[in-house]
Design a protein around this ligand. Structure first.
Ligand code: FES
Length: 267
């Protein structure tokens, strides 16, 4: 019996037999991530309207420099290049941005959406081979585990901001008094969502116990690993919800500072 040579034809870019709307997800990812990037860049360059009373936009937290009286080290660092426009957000944003950019979930999402690698399951790709992340430049994505340490510190700063957002100046006495405004709730929700996103990180899961061969010998690590795994199961949802919330926090504080919105005082 003769053996027939079977020739498998490679699909062209975007070619598929799928009939579902597989292309919707990559388009949505491109639109949302591009929109967020454009807004965050614009907001970071404003160097204005990032603070209102005890509320501080997370794009500017921690406020190392700035015109505000709450800035840690004065108005502007002496080493800032004179040719670059200055904004305190530009000093701190590379850390959370780097953490998000190198996130395992986002990598999967924007590789598909922005450069079709792969476009979707059973859909033709624009290249012949898969090179993975074993060579430059994508091997640099391994820096994610280091960005994680910064992200954990930022959660502490943002939690402190949420605490400060619970103290309002009494107009009559000039003293600070405890209260809850809509901004307090929004900034607190931001910490919760960013905490859920960060604590469910794949790298953190590995760090707290994932690297162990026998987890039962380390019950505390096992507990931490289980908690990280629990959050990790919804990592995609945490990622998107925290992205929207961090942008909305900036919008909310900005609108209050510009006098366009009025904060609702609940307590
Ligand atoms: S894998 Fe997504 S934050 Fe680390």
């Amino acid at each position: 019996m003769g053996v027939e040579a079977v020739q498998i034809r490679r699909r062209g870019w975007g070619e598929t037999m799928r009939r579902d709307a597989w292309w919707v997800q990559p388009i949505v990812v491109v639109v949302i991530l591009s929109g967020f990037l454009a807004y965050a860049t614009w907001a970071a360059l404003q160097n204005a309207y990032y603070e209102y009373g005890g509320y501080l936009s997370p794009f500017y937290s921690p406020l190392l420099f700035g015109d505000s009286a709450t800035a840690w080290f004065g108005a502007k660092p002496t080493w800032w290049p004179s040719l670059l426009p200055f904004s305190p957000a530009l000093i701190i944003l590379p850390f959370p941005a780097g953490f998000r950019f190198t996130c395992y979930y986002y990598r999967g999402a924007y590789y598909k959406a922005f450069w079709s690698d792969p476009l979707s399951c059973a859909v033709g790709e624009p290249r012949n081979e898969y090179r993975g992340e074993k060579s430059f430049p994508l091997i640099v994505q391994n820096v994610h585990r280091y960005f994680l340490y910064f992200a954990l510190i930022f959660i502490l700063f943002l939690a402190h901001d949420a605490w400060k957002a619970m103290w309002f100046t009494n107009a009559a006495t000039g003293q600070k008094q405890f209260g809850i405004g809509l901004g307090t709730i929004i900034l607190t929700a931001n910490v919760v969502l960013l905490g859920g996103y960060t604590l469910g990180c794949h790298s953190l899961r590995h760090l707290v116990g994932g690297y162990l061969d026998r987890m039962s010998a380390a019950p505390v690590r096992k507990k931490a690993y289980d908690c990280a795994s629990c959050l990790n199961r919804g990592h995609m949802r945490w990622a998107w919800c925290s992205l929207f919330m961090v942008a909305f926090c900036d919008v909310y504080v900005r609108m209050l500072a510009m006098g366009i919105w009025t904060d609702v005082r609940l307590l």
